[in-house]
Write a protein that binds this ligand. Structure first.
Ligand code: ARG
Length: 261
């Protein structure tokens, strides 16, 4: 995770960002701190990346890399405003001694890649259409040695995979069908017949931008119906309030890069 000390909406690279809407940075830090404490309280270890001045989107730590089984496939941001974040993530991963593979293709890390270790023998789901470019899916497959399934995003409000789909455990996902092309919806139905489906309202409240450990599902507090569906399916929803970082177009998952050493 990376503190929102320097978080602001200074440019607009997704439909959620409104440069005229003020951000309460103190509140942003407070809400982000609550998220960090929530994860720690659930027994997870949280490492911190030092936020960079002049990188207001760095709080969205999920976009900096994608790690599977100790190998890190680096990010290459689409927009130059965020380009410098990639080096900070790289340096952090390399300082831990993990194998780092530098990308050639444009990709935004866990924003557009998800890994399900127990689904179909270990499968990577990858989004394209807005940020990550299709050739990066092949590059990730070569870097990580897992099959990559490409999914096309068609609604600009769901510009990253992780605002439209989330792994809720090692083998299953929750998603909002309307974010995907008709063909990609069919692919998802085939791969995940028991998936939990979110409605438009919960998806637009960033309910799917969640972090799950397979039991506890930390999600945006506004996605109340999705929380109910998770509960009915045997999960333990843990709502958190993240209204400030939402102004940049993200929520829980965007703030968390998962490590799979
Ligand atoms: N303002 C950021 C951007 O548009 C938000 C990134 C959200 N991160 C995510 N993993 N979806 O790049």
């Amino acid at each position: 995770m990376c503190s929102p000390e320097h978080f602001a909406v200074e440019y607009a690279i997704n439909p959620w960002m409104d440069v005229t809407a003020p951000v309460d940075s103190e509140l942003a830090v407070k809400q982000w701190d609550r998220l960090r404490e929530t994860l720690v309280g659930l027994g997870h270890e949280v490492h911190l990346l030092t936020p960079g001045r002049g990188l207001p989107d760095m709080v969205y730590a999920a976009n900096g890399a994608f790690m599977v089984d100790g190998t890190v496939y680096g990010a290459r941001f689409k927009h130059e405003q965020r380009a410098a974040e990639a080096a900070a993530h790289r340096a952090w991963h390399e300082s831990r001694g993990w194998r780092f593979i530098a990308p050639i293709e444009v990709n935004e890390g866990e924003g557009d890649f998800a890994y399900l270790p127990e689904a179909h023998g270990g499968v990577i789901l990858a989004g394209h259409g807005f940020r990550t470019e299709l050739p990066a899916h092949a590059e990730a497959q070569e870097a990580l040695g897992r099959p990559v399934v490409s999914l096309r995003l068609v609604d600009p409000r769901f510009y990253h995979l992780d605002v439209a789909l989330a792994s809720i455990d090692d083998a299953n996902v929750a998603y909002y069908p309307g974010a995907f092309s008709a063909a990609s919806q069919r692919v998802l139905t085939q791969l995940f017949p028991d998936a939990l489906l979110a409605d438009a309202e919960d998806a637009l409240a960033f309910g799917l931008n969640l972090v799950s450990d397979g039991h506890n599902v930390v999600l945006n507090s506004e996605a109340t119906r999705l929380a109910g569906k998770l509960k009915a399916a045997g999960y333990h929803p843990v709502p958190v309030e993240l209204a400030e970082v939402k102004k940049g177009g993200g929520s829980v998952k965007c703030c968390v890069a998962e490590l799979r050493p």
